[in-house]
Design a protein around this ligand. Structure first.
Ligand code: FEO
Ligand code: CA
Ligand code: CA
Length: 750
């Protein structure tokens, strides 16, 4: 979701926790060519640069020399040396297209509404399609590729057939309704018609879609037996410490063991045993609470709801609770209505069933998904595993994406058995590693050190916390934000994705932006800059002043002794997002050039195959100059840069100096823009085939800046992608998965 206009990024952390300053991949896709009426028109319509190189760079066939007498030993042709980041940087762009470097091709693979079940009709894209639980969902986000052998079994080496597991985070909305799902844009007042609600609910959730490469073109397999949609109505299980807890009791599950669906799924994770993890992010905003619910409850749940962004009187994002009398609509209302003491007659506890990392076996659609409650409840993004070592516990790194929220780590109780990587019952292996362990939150110190603080009911700071009376460890996990408040965790500039560098195990976190950083902090949610979140400045977007840390940064951490189980770490800031022309002493601290500058890093993932660190943006700050983008990087390591001091002056006078640690500045060979997306889109989701030659990424919500009033006039859509790239019916913009290949058959990013 686009950032600065992101109403879904809540800020509910009004604790006085100290911050730093105080504690301180193949050729052109024939598929898309065929979609245009002729090749040249299609080329233009693809909206992709770099096609001129198509076929032109194929290596000449090696012809054996004519027989010579006497024969000579041929001198072998040296294998071409692969160089990472050898492509030419893509320029910033406001064009309504996907731009990739010369020599690369980007093709649309699957878009919102495409049928994924045999019998589902072709998507008309005019607001008349309905059966979205048989179609690709909306707002494609995090995504992972799972290989399939020729016989359809799981394969870690297949690079021409596999399953894409895809998060469908949300839908493009304005004033309750969803723009492009309904013929007229939908009903933007309450009550919402049931038929509209049903569509909107069904575009959320997850998908598994088989994809295959035929010749050099990727297509999805419409009638694959593997294809699956999980929606907010699919029954799923609660697993781990919260299962069966009083806090999880609802009218749907009187014993607190199950719930319906998953919602607002953002980042992902891939387990060492081959399952899919998905993070539930901005789920709270889908629920309402009555204006008098505090009194109706009159218990500690009020503090919990407030901390998770649902004050009494809160209205819902889409008004789904008004769809009708059916229980599937009633569950979106959190108000206490029933007379029961335990909540088994209403949905007062429904919010406690959301906010988890949920596990899915992408290869087996008969298996129920499980929410792994031991990893805590908050606005989850990705779940990244640290280095996997036999006999050692597993570490899973996670973030909570809201302003001023925290960075977390889960360490499994079970130690890794390499045989588990081959297990067929992946969900059972998930039970083993993800249902028991310790949850930690990060505290950053001004000297470049940091600590992981365990969130345990045994910790007196938690057990006796004045802000909330924790009953047990399950309560600590359900209310992880409150427990983290209690131990004084460091408030961060919106932790988005994280990823672990395969070279050295260091952990990278995108901190996307934070409009609440200010040297003149005087409100409870305003924070002074600290060492790990050191910038507070003004960036102009036209006449609009954007304050705080509008461009975000990328933090990295190195575990201390004990590796994944360490309780101490060191850190620095790998990169500061900035405009290339911004002041180098206070804003453009990483000295980004015009080929490198970016704002609001969000998706971040190291390729396990090439080692390249891919950085994706979801920005609203620099969008007067460029659409969102993806960059390729080859980072160094924690401590490879230098200390820097940022000097601030308070409004009323008074100097404040904030020390930070800036990673070694990138060069033209270590950081380069690789892709720029269509208008109004964010670039997100990234996964590759094991040969590193095909990369799948997602283009989310192109054209989201279109006003609802313009729904009847395609010429007024801010984007018509991917139809303007020759893909599909209609002009309405559609979130899509694209596949990127290199025309010379090389690996992506070379
Ligand atoms: Fe769904 Fe924090 O981005
Ligand atoms: Ca600007
Ligand atoms: Ca995100």
């Amino acid at each position: 979701m686009t950032k600065p206009i992101d109403s879904h990024d809540s800020d509910t952390n009004d604790t006085s926790n100290p911050h730093f300053s105080t504690v301180l991949e193949a050729r052109m896709s024939r598929r898309n060519l065929l979609r245009g009426s002729m090749a040249s028109a299609a080329t233009a319509a693809l909206g992709v640069v770099g096609l001129s190189g198509c076929g032109g760079s194929d290596p000449a066939p090696t012809t054996p020399p004519a027989t010579q007498v006497p024969p000579v030993t041929p001198v072998p042709t040296p294998a071409p040396v692969e160089k990472l980041l050898a492509f030419s940087a893509v320029s910033k762009s406001l064009a309504d297209m996907v731009t990739v470097p010369a020599g690369y091709t980007a093709s649309v693979l699957i878009a919102l509404g495409d049928p994924i079940v045999n019998g589902a009709t072709a998507f008309k894209n005019d607001g008349s399609d309905a059966d979205f639980d048989n179609r690709s969902g909306d707002h494609h986000d995090g995504m992972e590729f799972y290989g399939l052998s020729g016989t359809g079994t799981a394969s870690n080496s297949s690079s021409d057939r596999g399953l894409l597991a895809i998060n469908h985070e949300a839908t493009t909305d304005e004033k309750l309704s969803s723009h492009f799902l309904h013929a007229n844009g939908g009903t933007s007042s309450l009550p919402r018609p049931a038929a509209e609600v049903d569509r909107e609910v069904a575009v959320h959730g997850l998908a598994v879609v088989e994809v295959k490469k035929t010749g050099n073109a990727w297509t999805y397999v419409k009638d694959s037996a593997f294809n699956r949609r999980v929606t907010p109505l699919t029954e799923v299980e609660l697993s781990g410490p919260v299962r069966g807890n009083a806090l999880a009791v609802t009218k749907y599950s009187a014993n607190g063991t199950k719930t319906r669906g998953t919602l607002n799924n953002c980042g992902t994770g891939r387990t060492p045993w081959g399952s899919y993890l998905s993070g539930e992010e901005n789920w709270a905003g889908y629920f309402v609470r009555s204006a008098s619910d505090d009194a109706a409850r009159n218990d500690k749940s009020v503090a919990s709801l407030k901390r998770y962004g649902r004050n009494q009187g809160a209205t819902s994002r889409h008004g789904w609770e008004t769809g009708g009398a059916d229980d599937k609509y009633a569950r979106w209302d959190l108000s206490r209505k029933g007379a029961s003491l335990d909540g088994s007659d209403d949905y007062r506890n429904e919010l406690n069933a959301l906010g988890y990392i949920i596990e899915m076996d992408p290869y087996d659609k008969t298996r129920a998904l499980k929410k792994r409650t031991a990893l805590g409840r908050y606005a989850h993004e990705s779940a990244a595993f640290g280095p996997v070592v036999a006999g050692q516990p597993l570490a899973v790194y996670m973030g909570d994406d809201s302003r001023n929220e925290y960075i977390y780590k889960f360490v499994s109780s079970a130690t890794w058995n390499a045989a588990d990587a081959q297990a067929n019952d992946r969900i059972a292996i998930g039970d083993k590693y993800l249902d028991a362990g310790k949850l930690y939150v990060a505290k950053f110190n001004a000297d470049g050190s940091g600590a992981w603080v365990e969130l345990a009911i045994a910790n007196p700071a938690i057990a006796t916390y004045a802000g909330y009376a924790f009953a047990d460890q399950a309560d600590v996990l359900v209310n992880a934000r409150l427990a983290a408040d209690a131990v004084g965790a460091t408030k961060m500039d919106r932790p988005e994705w994280c990823s672990v560098n395969p070279k050295n195990g260091e952990i990278y976190y995108s901190l996307t932006n934070n409009s609440n950083r200010t040297i003149d902090a005087s409100g409870s949610s305003l924070l002074v800059p600290d060492a790990a979140n050191p910038r507070a400045y003004t960036d102009m977007k036209g006449a609009s002043a954007q304050k705080g840390n509008p461009n975000g940064h990328i933090l990295r951490m190195k575990e201390g002794s004990g590796a994944g189980a360490a309780t101490a770490f060191t850190w620095d800031v790998y990169l500061f997002g900035a405009e290339a022309t911004a002041d180098s002493g206070t804003i453009n601290l990483s000295a980004l050039t015009a080929d490198q500058d970016f704002s609001s890093p969000d998706g971040l993932a190291f390729s396990p195959y090439t080692g390249i660190c891919w950085i994706q943006t979801d920005d609203g700050a620099y969008t007067d100059v460029t659409n969102c983008m993806m960059l390729a990087a080859i980072p160094g390591q924690v401590g490879d840069g230098a200390k820097a001091t940022l000097n601030y002056t308070k409004a009323g006078g008074g100097a404040v100096a904030v020390d930070t640690f800036v990673g070694k500045k990138p060069t033209a060979d270590t950081l380069k823009r690789f892709l720029v997306g269509p208008v109004g889109s964010e670039i997100t989701g990234i996964t590759e085939t094991p040969d590193g030659k095909s990369m799948f990424i997602n283009i989310q919500h192109p054209g989201e800046t279109t006003a609802l009033a313009n729904i009847g006039d395609p010429t007024k859509y801010t984007s018509q992608w991917p139809s303007n790239a020759g893909y599909g019916a209609g002009k309405r913009p559609r979130s899509s998965t694209i596949v990127i290949t290199k025309n010379d058959g090389g690996r992506i990013g070379t």
